[in-house]
Write a protein that binds this ligand. Structure first.
Ligand code: ADP
Ligand code: ADP
Ligand code: MG
Length: 666
């Protein structure tokens, strides 16, 4: 077995690989850019080599820099993680030439699967079902429309070199086909330097279901069941699970066998994934093969008990797989939620900054349930704008899907993240969504269910009252403490009133509290009574309460006259006031936010990479004004209405904070 391996990656996946290596007694080498000097993967590894400035194209994806680090440390093998160099044929070849093992598939397999047209042809030859379509060269937009009509609308127009959801358009008629062809072609040329386009049928009611494969260098190849990845935004996955609630054993077996047939057609060894799109009738069609460890591999590990990273390392060292297809079963159900540093309240745009608080739930492994959190960050660490906004993958396992979802809900409740925008409340909302719990989701789930984005779920009155009762009981405790600290009274409890008005989500609840040594009894004006008990003390940011015997977990942040409380998908400003103050508050005018209608504000922290207009220019509705780059995404900001640019307050190359002014209009 190798004595030392290098991990050519960062973040959670670098940490994940280091864990398996350590378990196997293998020494590890991390590489890091200037932005990652203090990163978790650097702290975890036995050695670390600095490879350059923060941008990935000056550090993590420079083959020469990685090769130097390999030579310098004497690593015998390299694990590439996902992203970066993981699907780079030249990197696999450079390692081979240097006599260093690549912990991944052969360069030839990377190459043939890296191109969508080539891989689709190979798949057809291997007897894999592919999406009906046309794979010849398409001359122009008119020909694209003709071919699309022959295939039958709707169609998907795709870049052969595409990836990450880019260079892809759906068209429902000839005009859209012409337009989509032009857009995909130019996007493909600029993003991938390769503008070959093909067209296939757009599968409706689509679900994304993929098969994990694992092969060795002795001709053995297995399928390790499927993962359902239909919950996506911008064609990128957010929630995954294994198995899929949609497959039956026969479809699973058919998909598994086709995936293995394709893998064997390219002499695949190592872990890989064959992605399929599945329609409402369970017809499945090959999409593409990812020749690397996939982000969502933990859910497969949780239901099969196989450590995929360990297997990749063993296979790279020439070992034969120690199991056969008959050994692979499905044990229970696993769910992964990707925690992203992106603000659900701002259209899921990336957010950066210092993690002032980062307390994941406790990882546990019992026969009844498992909580696993793959992470690459720590409290006090910095989320920079240079890399992917994913900061952790929270996974749960339980014997049934229902139980796994319930474990996930509770794990999300206990996950504390502050200092940056993040999608925890959104994930909670998905876990509670009827379409998700019933297992009836398609890839359009987020678009359809959250068409205007996400700004927290609205809670039903019964839930609001439980929170109101808790807030009142907590506020009372805090008031007593304040009275005690000020030391003016000798019997503080008597001075703190019994009557309160709690306001949240636009509703006012007058209520009365009677406290005893075990908790509080809260009586609402309509006569309903709630019993609240907890050991919360003022200052705690996480409150675990018993309300009428049921557990309620709240994230609590003091604000004036109350708390910001987050619970599941809801984010509430809860005010607790005396009846007199509540009356006064009702008379006060809402403070108006400053008028920003004549300004273009930076919607996310990022770098200005292009300014399309100058001072004095007249701009039309929809015209591009500038481009901001953040976390690998280029965002074109457009004029919302016709106007004249009066002032530009930044220049190309400036790093702006969120809400900083870019330009002003007359
Ligand atoms: P990428 O390389 O960008 O991951 P894929 O071909 O894997 O590209 O497609 C990404 C996503 O786009 C899929 O998960 C699916 O949601 C959607 N998609 C791709 N092709 C089709 C199709 N023919 N019909 C419907 N949806 C599709
Ligand atoms: P998968 O198909 O495996 O779910 P995705 O396409 O969702 O993968 O995400 C893979 C992407 O993650 C890569 O293409 C890359 O942009 C990004 N990435 C690369 N390295 C890291 C890392 N260390 N941490 C987080 N994200 C990364
Ligand atoms: Mg894909």
């Amino acid at each position: 077995m190798f004595k030392k391996i290098l991990i050519a990656n960062r973040g959670e996946i670098a940490c994940r690989v280091i864990k398996s290596a350590q378990k196997m007694g293998i020494k590890t080498v991390a590489v890091y850019s200037d932005a990652d000097k203090n990163a978790l993967h650097v702290r975890m590894a036995d050695e670390a080599v600095h490879i350059g400035p923060p941008p990935a194209n000056q550090s993590y994806i420079l083959i020469d820099k990685i090769m130097d680090a390999v030579k310098q440390t004497g690593a015998e093998a390299v694990h590439p993680g996902y992203g970066f160099l993981s699907e780079n044929r030249l990197f696999a070849e450079a390692l081979e030439a240097a006599g260093v093992a690549f912990i991944g598939p052969p360069a030839g397999a990377i190459e043939s699967m890296g191109d969508k047209i080539t891989s689709k042809k190979l798949a057809q030859e291997a007897g894999v079902t592919t999406v009906p379509g046309y794979m010849g060269l398409i001359a122009d937009a008119d020909e694209a429309a003709k071919i699309s009509a022959q295939i039958g609308y709707p169609v998907m127009i795709k870049a052969s070199a595409g990836g990450g959801g880019k260079g892809m358009r759906v068209a429902w008629n000839d005009d859209e086909a012409r337009e989509g062809f032009k857009l995909s072609k130019s996007e493909a040329a600029s993003s991938f330097g390769d503008d070959r386009i093909f067209i296939e049928k757009f599968i409706t009611q689509p679900r994304h279901i993929e098969i994990q494969v694992l092969g060795d260098k002795h001709g053995n190849c297995l399928w390790l069941n499927e993962r359902e990845c239909s919950i996506q935004r911008r064609n990128q996955k957010v929630v995954e699970e294994a198995p899929s609630p949609f497959l039956n054993p026969a479809t699973r077996k058919a998909m598994g066998e086709q995936a293995v047939a394709l893998a064997q057609a390219v002499d695949y060894c190592s872990a890989g994934t064959v992605e399929f799109i599945v329609d409402g009738e369970r017809n499945f069609y090959f999409l593409e093969m990812n020749t690397r460890l996939q982000v969502e591999h933990p859910v497969t590990e949780l239901i099969t008990g196989i450590d995929l990273v360990e297997q990749m390392i063993r296979v790279a060292d020439g070992e034969k797989l120690a199991m056969t297809q008959d050994d692979i079963g499905i044990n229970g159900w696993a769910i992964e939620n990707r925690l992203y540093a992106e603000d659900p309240y701002r259209g899921f745009l990336p957010s950066i900054g210092r993690l002032s608080r980062y307390r994941p739930p406790v990882e546990e492994s019992t026969p009844e349930y498992v909580v696993r959190n793959d992470t690459g960050v720590y409290e006090g660490g910095e989320i920079s704008m240079y890399y992917d906004p994913m900061i952790a993958k929270l996974c749960t396992w339980a014997p049934t899907r229902e139980a796994a979802i319930e474990v996930m809900r509770n794990a999300l409740d206990g996950f504390e993240v502050e200092g940056i925008g993040h999608n925890l409340p959104f994930l909670s909302a998905v876990m509670d969504h009827e379409k998700f719990t019933s297992g009836e989701m398609t890839t359009a789930f987020i678009e359809e269910e959250f068409p205007d984005g996400f700004d927290g779920v609205e809670l039903p009155t019964a839930a609001l009252k439980r929170i109101a009762a808790s807030a009142a009981a907590m506020y009372r405790v805090a008031e007593i403490r304040r009275a005690r600290v000020s030391g003016r009274m000798d019997n503080h409890e008597r001075k703190v009133g019994r009557d309160w008005v709690v306001s949240l989500q636009g509703q006012n609840f007058p209520l009365t509290i009677d406290a005893d040594k075990d908790g509080s009894t809260v009586t609402f004006a309509d006569g309903t009574v709630h019993r609240v008990a907890s050991d919360w003390t003022p200052g705690d940011l996480l409150a675990t309460l018993e309300v009428d015997g049921e557990t309620l977990v709240l994230k609590v942040e003091p604000i004036s006259a109350g708390y910001r409380m987050r619970s599941r998908g809801a984010d509430l400003k809860v005010r607790v006031r005396s009846p007199r103050n509540a009356e006064l508050a009702g008379l006060m005018l809402e403070k108006l936010p400053p008028d920003t209608s004549k300004m273009l504000l930076c919607p996310m922290p990022g770098l200005i990479i292009a300014l399309e207009v100058a001072e004095g220019d007249e701009v039309q509705d929809g015209q591009a004004l500038c481009t901001v780059e953040a976390m690998k995404m280029e965002n074109v900001l457009r004029a919302e209405k016709k106007g004249i640019v009066s002032k530009i307050t930044c220049k190309v190359g400036d790093s702006l904070a969120v809400d900083e002014i870019i330009m002003e209009f007359e």
